[in-house]
Design a protein around this ligand. Structure first.
Ligand SMILES: NC(=O)c1ccc[n+]([C@@H]2O[C@H](COP(=O)([O-])OP(=O)(O)OC[C@H]3O[C@@H](n4cnc5c(N)ncnc54)[C@H](OP(=O)(O)O)[C@@H]3O)[C@@H](O)[C@H]2O)c1
Length: 252
């Protein structure tokens, strides 16, 4: 049974890919975006289709917010052509990049690119896609454990994620009249390509984070996708305007 259509930004790799596969497994059709990894994105499309769901990939550069209107047009065309639909149901603002930039060394250019990707694009992509999001739909913004605890070098990144957490509460307040819920999922350290695979490729960092984590390890993409499925399910309807951290209990 078709349970709706999800749009996941940054679905070519890492957490977004896992979300796409878990949502497809739960009966939800998926549109993913990618910035440059078109081959990987097409592979995710194939895997979703193999699960019996419809899927499409659209390019989107969150650092180029002037392209958002063009993206919305591409989204409308994809909805018509691939899904025979005018609207979608779930928006997962996931696309993002990481870098370790000490506060004293950060440049305005660093600040602006993190602001564009992690905050400005979330704000305006959501605003401009809202006419295409069904009433009763869901928005899930991906934040980070680093808004609750501090990792040196993450000042810009975590500031933008913190702003998205505040934005989430405002979205929830203003979109409740359309029966749309808006929540934050904040992962802890997960072994993906993020920040040059800082966690996945560094056993010492993994051991350090594992030692700070109640469940005794770092996260895997597979720890995240199922939470998104839950947040898109009817059972999670009453959770609204909330920050849910998925970190195995780090720095408790
Ligand atoms: N991994 C972690 O430890 C961790 C922890 C907390 C929060 N997060 C957050 O989780 C989200 C996903 O991270 P991840 O670990 O899955 O990272 P990842 O494996 O590096 O994947 C990043 C995804 O975002 C896309 N992307 C990167 N820059 C983009 C841009 N400028 N415009 C549009 N799309 C862009 C990538 O597209 P291409 O493949 O085309 O490059 C890819 O699909 C991010 O918001 C991140 O901040 C991650």
């Amino acid at each position: 049974m078709n349970k709706g259509i999800a749009l996941i930004t940054g679905g070519s790799r890492g957490l977004g890919k896992n979300m796409a596969l878990k949502l497809a497994d739960a009966g939800i059709d998926v549109i993913i975006t990618y910035k440059s990894a078109e081959t990987e994105a097409n592979e995710v499309v194939k895997q979703v289709v193999a699960l019996g769901r419809r899927c499409a990939a659209i390019s989107f550069d969150a650092n180029a917010t002037e392209t958002i209107d063009g993206f919305v047009t591409a989204l409308q065309n994809t909805l018509h052509e691939v899904f025979g639909a005018d609207h979608f149901d779930y928006l997962i603002n996931n696309a993002g990049m990481g870098a370790t930039i000490p506060f004293l060394k950060a440049t305005e250019s660093d600040f602006d690119s993190f602001m564009n990707v992690h905050l400005k694009s979330v704000f305006f992509l959501t605003q401009r896609t809202l006419p295409l999001l069904n009433n009763g739909g869901r928005i899930i913004n991906i934040s980070s454990g680093t808004t609750r605890f501090c990792n040196p070098g993450y000042a810009i990144y975590a500031s933008m994620k913190g702003a998205v957490e505040t934005l989430t509460r405002y979205m929830a307040k203003e979109l409740g009249s359309r029966d749309i819920t808006v929540n934050v999922l904040a992962p802890g350290a997960i072994e993906t390509d993020f920040n040059n695979a800082a966690v996945r490729s560094n056993p010492e960092m993994q051991a350090r984070i594992a030692g700070l984590t109640a469940l005794g390890r770092t996260g895997k993409p597979d720890d995240i996708g199922g939470i998104i499925v839950f947040l898109c399910s009817p059972e999670s309807y009453w959770i609204n305007g909330q920050r849910i951290e998925a970190s195995g209990g780090v720095n408790l």
